[in-house]
Design a protein around this ligand. Structure first.
Ligand code: C2E
Ligand code: CA
Ligand code: CA
Length: 596
């Protein structure tokens, strides 16, 4: 008889029956006139009960030997136990079969007993006897029944223990759960096995989209495939548990770092019907130091901290909790701390980067980009925008930038300068603000500026939920006469629906999408660029390419029909006074294509 939970236990000391409950059948042999056979049975049965009730020292081999002896006494050919986790398993006959005794001889069923436990598991035991054997007497039959009832309750009790264990340590889908993880982590820490270990916490990105597209049960299959592959990579010397939903916790040896990171960055998982989906994750990692002891809560704190940044901090989906992380965190705390005061002191001002028509060199517009003047230094947006995006402070900043731009434009208008369209970046954080269009209109109207001279740049949305909000907001702004543009097209979560379903005026192709200007016409980057430009033109949208740094870039735009460029080739983002000079000039000299 094999048993998942008990077969690892050591051989128990033989029961002596003196200090535990043991029915004293064998005493009867001494005091009364019972046959030797009867006496032998009572002795075996007494030992069987004793072995089965000694919960902490279950000795399966000993129990098996006793059963073999008892079954042989009663001329049985076989005794089979079947265990079902629930009613459905029993109906389908899909349970687990344990053989208590088997002579290999065919036999007729002579007795079946069945029990249902409080957690709805079912156990049956069936005994068989070969036809040529002398049938059981009434008395023998009642003894067999007594023995089999004892075995039945023993098996079902043990199975119930397994089920309770499973319920406590595995979730409803069969993944090891948080309790399982905690015990593993505590054990690793307690036994000083943390050296050279890597701990991590991750979340599957856009998994709700996968569920929506393939259906929930296919989503389950995909998730399990993803889990199983990673579990195999981690191997025996590690752990992978599910925190709930599409969130996981893991630990493995540090020599697996690269392969685990590669896997979590992006990998394929099998979907039903032979399909394959790409899965990427947001993950926080912590390499547990070997030179000093680390507590379990420190390990958890580190991976959760790193994970939070991976989830909210811009483009980095994989974040390590290390020196660099702590430095960044320190910087980010300083930004959060200084921001309110700096904001009041007007330290945030717009620089203007010109947008130029590459066909005739005329200045057609500009993008306002925020600069922070702090303690005599200029802090670039990369150092504070992602931090402010973690809170809603970015929204205050964007409205402030719009206000600054409107103030500048109003002054230009009063000074009789030509007004050109200026774009302002609006963070995705605004998406949840239902009053955004009204607030923008209120600011622009206060300066009495035509709406079409203000362009709002939005980056691509990251999820379906954001998409519907983005659509509502962009459409409202467009109806109010503002220009709206998709920023950074080509990176992130690109979707053609995003272009089709929203009335964009402009599509801004990200610099990473711009071919270097030297590659051949049939090079992949050229083909993709050409098609995006042509699609934009055919949809009647204006097309701008960012990051135009060289004349080769300019010519790539010209030969592919993208008329407008923004980039260092013309100008970097400029302080307002310099930009005013450019407005006055209104034109750039560009080498004509034939001169090259
Ligand atoms: P973005 O909206 O994609 O802005 C373009 C970025 O590309 C700017 O970086 C610009 O200086 C840079 N750039 C322009 N031409 C070239 C070029 O030829 N080569 C290269 N390598 N880079 C070029 P910047 O000013 O550092 O801004 C970075 C990002 O910060 C912006 O990216 C935008 O996402 C964000 N940002 C800046 N100002 C604001 C703001 O007021 N509000 C919000 N929400 N985000 C802002
Ligand atoms: Ca932009
Ligand atoms: Ca951009």
């Amino acid at each position: 008889m094999t048993d998942k939970k008990t077969d690892k236990t050591k051989r128990a000391p033989r029961a002596t029956g003196t200090n535990r409950y043991v029915p004293e059948f064998s005493d009867a042999c001494i005091h009364s006139a019972v046959s030797d056979k009867e006496c032998h049975f009572l002795m075996l049965f007494e030992r069987l009960i004793s072995a089965m009730t000694d919960i902490d020292n279950i000795d399966i081999e000993h129990i098996e030997n006793l059963l073999i002896e008892i079954c042989s006494m009663f001329r049985l050919s076989k005794a089979v136990t079947r265990v079902y986790k629930n009613q459905q398993e029993e109906q389908e006959g899909a349970g687990e079969t344990l053989c208590c005794f088997d002579t290999g001889k065919e036999g007729n069923e002579i007795l079946t007993l069945r029990t249902v436990t409080s957690v709805m598991s079912r156990t049956t035991i069936t005994t068989y006897m070969a036809p040529e054997e002398e049938p059981l007497t009434e008395e023998e039959r009642s003894k067999v029944e007594l023995v089999m009832r004892t075995v039945l309750s023993f098996v079902s009790r043990n199975r119930m223990r397994d089920i309770v264990y499973e319920l406590a340590y595995y979730d409803e889908a069969g993944y090891p759960n948080l309790r399982n993880w905690r015990e593993y982590l505590d054990d690793v820490v307690k036994n000083k096995r943390t050296a050279n270990k890597l701990a991590f916490r991750y979340n599957l990105r856009h998994f709700s989209l996968i569920n929506d597209e393939f259906g929930r049960s296919a989503g389950d299959v995909i998730m399990l495939d993803h889990y199983n592959k990673l579990k195999e990579i981690i191997g025996e010397d590690g752990m992978l548990a599910r925190l709930g939903g599409d969130n996981f916790l893991g630990m493995c040896s540090v020599d697996k770092t690269k392969i685990v990171i590669d896997y979590l960055t992006e990998t394929e998982a099998k979907a039903p019907k032979g399909m394959v989906v790409n899965i990427s994750t947001n993950a926080g990692f912590f390499r547990i130091p070997s030179d000093h002891e680390v507590r379990a809560d420190e390990i958890m704190g580190s991976i959760i901290n790193a994970y939070r940044i991976a989830q909210t901090g811009g483009m980095d989906n994989i974040v390590f909790y290390d020196e660099e992380f702590l430095e960044k965190k320190e910087k980010s705390m300083r930004v959060q701390q200084y921001f309110p005061e700096a904001f009041e002191r007007n330290e945030f001002i717009p620089f203007y980067q010109p947008k130029v028509n590459v066909v005739n060199g005329s200045l057609v517009g500009a993008e306002a980009l925020c600069r922070w003047f702090h303690a005599g230094k200029i802090i670039p947006p990369a150092e504070f925008i992602p931090v402010l995006e973690q809170t809603s402070e970015i929204c205050r900043l964007d409205f402030h930038m719009l206000e600054c731009v409107c103030r500048d434009m109003k002054r230009w208008s009063d000074e009789g300068r030509k007004l050109i369209r200026i774009s302002i970046n609006f963070s995705r954080k605004h998406i949840y603000n239902a009053y955004l269009p009204e607030t923008i209109a209120e600011i622009v109207d206060r300066y009495d500026l035509p709406h079409e001279l203000i362009e709002i740049e939005f980056t691509e949305s990251t999820s379906e939920v954001e998409f519907s909000d983005l659509k509502r907001m962009a459409t409202e702004l467009s109806n109010m006469g503002f220009s709206i543009s998709i920023d950074d097209f080509g990176i992130g979560y690109s979707s053609l629906n995003l272009i089709k379903d929203i009335p964009w005026d402009t599509l801004k192709i990200d610099k990473s999408f711009l071919p270097d200007g030297y590659s051949k016409d049939n090079d992949m980057s050229n083909i993709m660029f050409r098609h995006v430009v042509s699609m934009t033109n055919q949809l009647g949208m204006e097309c701008i390419t960012e990051g135009v740094e060289t004349i080769e870039h300019v010519n790539t735009l010209r030969s592919n029909g993208c008329d407008i460029a923004q980039g260092y080739y013309f100008d970097r983002p400029l302080p307002v006074a310099d930009f005013e000079d450019r407005i006055a000039k209104g034109k750039y000299e560009i080498e004509s294509q034939s001169e090259i």
